[in-house]
Write a protein that binds this ligand. Structure first.
Ligand SMILES: NC(=O)C1=CN([C@@H]2O[C@H](COP(=O)(O)OP(=O)(O)OC[C@H]3O[C@@H](n4cnc5c(N)ncnc54)[C@H](OP(=O)(O)O)[C@@H]3O)[C@@H](O)[C@H]2O)C=CC1
Ligand SMILES: CC(=O)[C@@H](O)[C@H](O)COP(=O)(O)O
Ligand SMILES: [Mn+2]
Length: 382
């Protein structure tokens, strides 16, 4: 298997794990990398993987990296246009979208329009622009392979079953670090508490999303678009051990699940080597150790973000872009200590209530809705 890839967000949790997959899988070649501002790590990655093009969102940091790499055969670009150029390089087959947030929207669309396959980690883009993105995937005849562990699991459970209608998708959720707590107990939790995910080591934004259950809300929307199912066919199932990564129930009531340890490299690797399964040194499940797998219903009254996500996708139009934009700002404000944990849902709810939905929309309308939501969410006071 030979594949040429670019990684948007190579310095993050998914980006660095993707590079580890590249170290283990013969035939994967890195042509392009991007970062926001961590040029120390990006410089090391350039030395090890020798891409021909890199882009840094922060223009001053891009200039600095360009000077540091002046003796090497690599071009350093700056800003969002730089990310777009990396995502559309002639030489590449696949773009791994592992930036965080809606900033990935333009580069991902550009990559699809340039005929590149997408290994999608950056779920916020599919939440904001799912319908347009799936239409573009069809129009440009590219593939979108899920990286998110639950969606990779579902994708794996669908193999060999084309033509068999899905009865239900069982989307598992860890429940986050605050599973079982009451609203009263959540009033004064800190960012440090919320960042302690029970199972996964991830970037800050998704860790907070897991704590609020917004991550599961985003994943419900992501699943709807990726697998073309009705909302009523997606069941969120809290599974605190996160060993069953998700499952598909067919019409004969057989359930096929995908299981594994907490290691995103398996899902990343499958997105890059599909349909092949390639040998690797990652941890294996030992059922004599993982011998207590439990399941329960999510508490949507306490963790209101999941409910808001359902409301947004039921409303449709530009509302999912608003949900996502408001959430991005609310999470930043919580991490900065500006608002409390429970205020995250309140900021999103108030922003959604103030939004005039557009039902016939373009990509520009979605970008404008995202921008509006971010500004609105930033000025809400308690
Ligand atoms: N981590 C995980 O296990 C999982 C993550 N995901 C999804 O994958 C995506 C990435 O998550 P994760 O790796 O945890 O995030 P991280 O915060 O660890 O990494 C984010 C990456 O994006 C770059 N970045 C951040 N902001 C910008 C910006 N404004 N412009 C350009 N680049 C930017 C960062 O650069 P820099 O380092 O320079 O700041 C970094 O390379 C998210 O959408 C998340 O929901 C999905 C499933 C699991
Ligand atoms: C690893 C991964 O895919 C994350 O999205 C993870 O699932 C988050 O865990 P939660 O189930 O707590 O949201
Ligand atoms: Mn996930």
């Amino acid at each position: 298997m030979a594949k040429n890839i670019a990684i948007l967000g190579s310095t993050g949790s998914i980006g660095t794990q993707t590079l580890d997959v590249v170290r283990h899988v013969p035939g994967l070649k890195v042509w392009g990398l991007t970062a926001h501002e961590n040029i120390d790590l990006l410089e090391k990655q350039v030395v090890e993987f020798e891409p021909v093009l890199v882009a840094v969102m922060n223009e001053r940091k891009a200039e600095e990296l360009s000077m540091r790499l002046s003796g090497r055969k690599v071009t350093v670009l700056a800003g969002l246009e730089g990310l777009v150029q990396v995502a559309t390089m002639t030489e590449i087959d696949t773009v791994v979208t592992s930036v965080v947030g809606n900033v990935g929207l333009k580069p991902t669309f550009a990559a699809i329009q340039a005929g590149k396959d997408i290994a999608l980690a950056n779920k916020e883009t599919l939440v904001s622009a799912g319908e347009l993105m799936i239409n573009a995937v069809k129009q440009y005849q590219v593939n979108m392979y899920p990286v998110d562990s639950e969606h990779s699991a579902i994708f794996q459970c669908l193999q060999g079953n084309s033509g068999n209608p899905i009865s239900r998708l069982l989307l598992t959720a860890s429940g986050g670090p605050f599973r079982g707590r009451t609203q009263n107990e959540l009033k004064h939790v800190t960012a440090a508490d919320a960042l302690k995910h029970p199972n996964w080591s991830m970037g800050k934004k998704i860790s907070i999303d897991s704590a609020t259950l917004m991550n599961k809300g985003l994943e419900v929307i992501e699943a709807k678009w990726l697998f073309d199912v009705e909302l009523s066919q997606i069941e969120v199932l809290v599974h605190p051990q996160s060993i069953v990564h998700s499952a598909v129930e067919y019409e004969d009531h057989s359930i096929i699940a995908q299981l594994g340890e907490h290691d995103m490299r398996v899902a990343i690797q499958y997105a890059l080597t599909y349909p092949e399964r390639v040998v690797n040194p990652y941890p294996k499940v030992d059922f004599t150790v993982r011998n207590n797998l439990t399941f329960e219903k999510p508490d949507m009254e306490t963790f209101r973000c999941l409910k808001l996500a359902y409301q947004a996708i039921e409303t449709g139009g530009t509302m999912c872009a608003v949900l996502n934009g408001a959430n991005e700002v609310a999470v930043e404000r919580f991490l900065a200590g500006e608002i409390g944990f429970l205020d995250i849902a309140a900021v999103i709810e108030r922003t959604m209530q103030a939004h005039a939905v557009i039902y016939q929309y373009s990509l520009e309308d979605l970008l404008a809705a995202d921008e509006w939501a971010k500004q609105h969410a930033a000025q809400i006071r308690f």
